[in-house]
Structure formats: C-alpha cells, structure tokens
Design a protein around this ligand. Sequence first.
Ligand code: FES
Ligand SMILES: [Fe+2]
Length: 461
Amino acid sequence: MTDQVKDAPEKVGARAPADSFQDLLKIETVEVPAALLESTETYLGSEDISVDRYTSREFFDLEVEKVWRKTWQVACRENRLKNPGDYYVYDIVNDSIVLTRTQSGELKGFYNSCLHRGRALKRGAGNCDTLRCPYHGWQWELDGEFKSAPCKWDFPHVDKQNARLPEVRVDTWGGWVFINMDERAPSLKEYMGVLPSHMDQWKHEQRYVSLHIEKVIACNWKVAFEAFIESYHAIATHPQLMPFQGIDNSQYDVWGDHVSRTISAYGVANPSHADLYTEQQTLDAMMALIGVENGPKLAPGQTAREMYAALNLPVANEQAGEDFAGRATMSELMDSTLYSLFPNFAPWAGHGTVITYRHRPNGDDVDSCIMEIFLLTRYPEGSESPPDAATFRLGIDQPFSEAAEVMGAGFANVFNQDGANLPQVQKGLKASKKGAVTLGNYQEVRIRHFHQTLDKYIYAR
Ligand code: FES
Ligand SMILES: [Fe+2]
C-alpha cells in the first residue's frame, strides 16, 4: 500500500485538537504492548468514492468473481468442526463450501456440489461418517475421496481418480476457520499481514462464543461493514456514548492491503463534550450502559477510567484463569480496539470479552446483507471450551432491541441506532444526485483503505 501513500496536505492526518489516544497510554502504569503504541497516521488521498460501488449489480458481480472467490474469509469458528465427522456449510453469495473434520483430524473444504447431478451435498452443520448426497446416494469420504454410488455398474466412467471432490484451501487463525477459493492466493499467514503479531497476545483461539447475533439488514454489505470501522458517526448517532467514550480522539491505522484498526478510548468523556461531565458522571453513564444503576463512587482524585479498569480486572482474571494484575493496561481492559481483515472480518482486541463482526451479502442481493456480532469470551487454558451460544437470528424488519434479552438493553440500543441508519444510507445512496460519497482524511481513512484494496482486487487481471 505504500505506493498509494500520498503527500498529505498540511494538517491532513492530524487528529482532533485534543489529547490523542497515545496520550492516554502515557498514564498507563504497566508496560504497554507494542501493538498499541503503533500509530500509522496514513494519508491515502481525498477523492470521492462513487455510489455505484454500493448499488450496482455489475459491481456486485465483480466482487463475487474478484473478491469473494479470491480472498481469505472466515467460514466459522473451529469449535464447529471439533470432532471427526463434523461438517459445516459456509455460503457466500451463490458459492457454497462444505467444511469437514476428517477421521485423522485434518480440516478440509469442498465445493458443496455433488459430482453426479449437482445437488448441494450438505446444508447447515452436523456430524456424518461420509458425505452422502441425498438425491441418488453417491458418497465421498470426509477427505474428499470418492467412496461409492448405488448401481455403480452404470458408471464405469466414474472412479476414485476422477471423482475426488474439488477442494478449497482451508486454514485457521485465532480459533476461526478461513477458506480461500483461489489456488494462487498467498497463504493466510501472509495475507493477514501484521494482524497475528498484534492480536495473538489476546488469544482469540482461547475463547468461546458467548453471544452470536445474526441480522439481515437492508443495505449493501459494504455500507454495514463501513459503519463499524469508524467512530466518527457516534457523535450524531450514539449521543449517549459522549460522557464516556473518546470518539474525537479515536486512533485510526492501516497496514498493508488487508489490515486496519480503530481504537476508541473508554472511561473518558468525548473531548468535545468533556466540559459537560464530571468523572463520576462519566462512570455513571458507563455503568448505565451495562444496566447498573447506583454504581460505585469514585474516591477523591480517582478517574472513571481507573475505576472501570479496576472493575473489569477481576472479571477478565476469572474468565481467563490468569492474573492480569500488573500486566494488563487499562486500554486492554476496556477500550474499543477494532481490527479488520479485508474483506469482511473485524475482530476486536483486549483481555476481556471482545466483539467480532462479520458482514456478508445476503445471498445475491445487492441491497441487503447479513451482519453478525460474536462475543468471544476467554476460558482457562487446559480446560474444555464451554459450548458456543446458539445463534440468535433477526430478520430484516426486526430491530436489535428484539435481542435485548441476550445482548443487554444498552448495547441493543446502540446497535438499533446503527441499524436505523443503514437502510436509510442505502436509500440515500440510490437517490444521490452527487453520485459519490466524501470521506474524512483521518477518521474515515479505513474506509478509503478498504476501497483502495477493493480496487486492487476488482481491477486485478
Ligand atoms: S445429484 Fe448427487 S447423487 Fe445424484
Ligand atoms: Fe455505531
């Protein structure tokens, strides 16, 4: 990406006139991880972005061919494929991949299409001895080797050599199973750039899914993805966060083609609202978000950030079965540190329970997508993973508040606010006279970075 870094006009790339996130790291009392000390401040240009990228069938079809069939993408948690015989079907637009765990413990991925007359071999998830097509009963071993067909005498032209199931590449990181349909793509490790070296310390593989929400949203998949890689919208969309989230001094970073990050500090009032709130009011507003009324009172001189870290520490310790005292920064115990991996995977960082998002097209619909929210909670090393939570599904007309029982009213409200914007963004994009969107140079650099990488794939030969 360095070839696209441009000379920044004066002040472009500078943050809001307030303390930066890096300044908050200076008051940490323990060693700060190198990953958090990085700040790329990349300027990638100021050009507008055309709206047809979000609305046209032609562009959507190009994404299928050039992005979904070429990139590493998350299929599922590895937990879904724990035991020999476990299978899981991952659908992306009209492509479908069936993943299996073989008897020898290997992970495999196959195009989910019978080599006889094409029926999808599997749907959903489950456990099986062989991949057996329900239509006429052809069977394959879990490693893709052809096993048998009823009335085999009628198919002398079909044998183990020519009837292996075509494979896709499969790899894992952080407890996630990734697939890639492109045989020539770089390895997952190379594709992920700095992400593993930054994130491995927060042990995503040592977590189970404590909440999984899947919601259909009436907007292009990129409209939804982009709404969660910038914090700029929070000022207008989530005013209730201003007492306790440092939105204006969020830090935005990009690395290589595939990785970017936002860090928004918790436990501090938004810089442009700071005069409005005392430290106690900051703490009270934060506690209210998680449903706690009459929460703890600050000691003289104690900050809301310090208190919130102190409250989160025992929870993180208990979950992980480790003692983070003296080695976890306040940042790692509370801040919103959101990484993303092109095209659609967004894991958060930290020691406590972290969010991960994934956004995909809803079937082959240009104008709707599936947004997923995973909460990933640590469990102690050496102990068995608790079972993953069942998926809570919300349809296109069901607001996140219908999941308030499982996600908490405060968070459901935040997502409702986002959810209210997104269909209106899609509507407005289609109605645009201007025909383009305009991005902030710093706060929306991740969106520009995403589109520049998208261009590299779309226009690659
Ligand atoms: S289509 Fe699968 S066995 Fe006939
Ligand atoms: Fe939001």
